[in-house]
Design a binder for this molecule. Structure first.
Ligand code: ADP
Length: 394
């Protein structure tokens, strides 16, 4: 080792290391153990660099392939610690040589004309930053959109609520006015001696009070649902019997008008179908569907109520042959206070609460309510509830 003398001058440790080390031509490992390889280089200024590889960069320095991974044409160079790099080289990385050679630093360099690997790093980081920024901007935009939508929905709800107040006042006033009018006529003896007329007036009073009753029941229900205080008294009941009861009540309600022809059809397998329900609530939900079928389908239009069991579901469908509902409205009509433009333009009175309540009640029973309808094709609303097994019901 020609320069062992110089190494010795650097200190006893360096000499020990130099003695135990293998010497290899520059850039090639001398032994399989990289920790024992030395890279010896005589710099132009005559400084002998002894690089003791303790892993990492020095091992890389001994392996041209590894260096090539850092940058094309990267090479090791020993530089005086703290000195600026010589002209004509670009320092890519440095590592101190430690206590043995504190005044020397191992540098990995390439030529300034070669590509700078830092550019790649910066480019990939900036790509990542751009990705992140775009991602954040997208999240912000979505949030903003949700807020705007939420605000629009709030405004819409406020408008619907204020429409609702005037509609409800009107809805309450109409039956009350007829009740008072016909009651006064009876009181004044307008129909005296005319049994038919008297019966008709009484019928109107009964029907209008029942209409008022359904409206008030809906309003109370809505208030309870809003407050979250609605409770259900669930009991096992025959679904077909409930449908029949609802229709009987409905016929009673419409007694004084040309009656809709209401048919109840129970499929054979649904005869014994039972479900866990709050009977009064389910009847009220069906009354809402029947009232809609009559309101929108016309007072003389036939209404069909079908009771079926499909798989584990008990289904009650109220079908009318009215004007139907466009597909675009199918989801909205179940929202509270929502009424279609057709309902307004046809002058049909209502609060927009009926279907929202039906949906709420049916969902609370673990069921679902669906609509099948197209303009001119009538409408079919189906309440589907989980059916109990026949064995359970006996
Ligand atoms: P309301 O009848 O008081 O307006 P609902 O919640 O019961 O409120 O119904 C919401 C809307 O759905 C109605 O305004 C009407 O436009 C539409 N709708 C409901 N049932 C029918 C039906 N059987 N035929 C046509 N349209 C209907």
């Amino acid at each position: 080792l020609a320069d062992a003398g110089r190494a010795a001058a650097l200190g006893p440790d360096a000499l020990d290391l130099a003695r135990g080390a293998a010497i290899a031509p520059r850039g090639r490992p001398a032994t399989a153990d990289p920790a024992r390889n030395l890279v010896v280089r005589r710099a132009d200024d005559g400084v002998l660099g002894i690089v003791v590889d303790s892993g990492g960069l020095a091992a890389a320095a001994a392996q041209p392939d590894a260096l090539a991974q850092i940058a094309p044409r990267a090479r090791p160079m020993v530089l005086p610690t703290g000195a600026p790099p010589p002209a004509g080289v670009r320092v890519l990385a440095t590592v101190p040589l430690g206590a043995v050679l504190p005044h020397l630093t191992l540098a990995i360099v390439n030529d300034p004309t070669d590509p700078d690997p830092l550019d790649d790093v910066i480019a990939s980081r900036s790509r990542r930053h751009v990705g992140l920024t775009v991602g954040l901007a997208a999240v912000l935009a979505l949030g903003l959109l949700a807020t705007i939508r939420g605000a629009a929905r709030e405004r819409e709800l406020a408008r619907l609520k204020s429409d609702f107040v005037s509609t409800v006042s009107h809805e309450l006033k109409t039956p009350l006015t007829s009740i008072r009018m016909f009651a006064e006529m009876l009181e004044q003896g307008v129909a005296q001696g005319d049994a038919d007329r008297t019966a008709r007036y009484h019928g109107i009073i009964v029907q209008e009070s029942q209409r008022l009753g359904l409206l008030i029941a809906n309003l109370l229900d809505y208030a309870q649902i809003e407050r979250g205080t609605r409770r259900y008294r669930l009991a096992r009941a025959s679904v077909a019997a409930i449908a029949q009861d609802a229709v009987a009540t409905f016929r009673g309600l419409r007694e004084a008008q040309p009656s809709n022809d209401v048919v109840v059809a129970v499929s054979p397998e649904a005869e014994r179908t039972t479900a866990l329900v709050d009977r009064d609530v389910l009847i009220q939900a069906l009354l809402n569907l029947l009232a809609n079928a009559a309101k929108y389908g016309g007072a003389d239009a036939p209404i069909r109520v079908e009771v079926e069991q499909v798989a584990h579901e008990a289904r009650i469908t109220v079908r009318d042959r009215g004007p139907g509902i466009p597909a675009a409205e199918h989801e909205r009509i179940f929202r509270e206070f929502y009424r279609t433009a057709q309902a307004y333009s046809a002058g049909v009175e209502g609060t927009g609460l009926g279907l929202a309540l039906v949906k709420n009640h049916v969902t609370a029973h673990g069921g679902r309510v669906t609509v099948e309808s197209a303009p001119g094709k009538g409408a079919a609303f189906t309440i589907a509830l989980p059916a109990l097994d026949h064995e359970q019901s006996t």
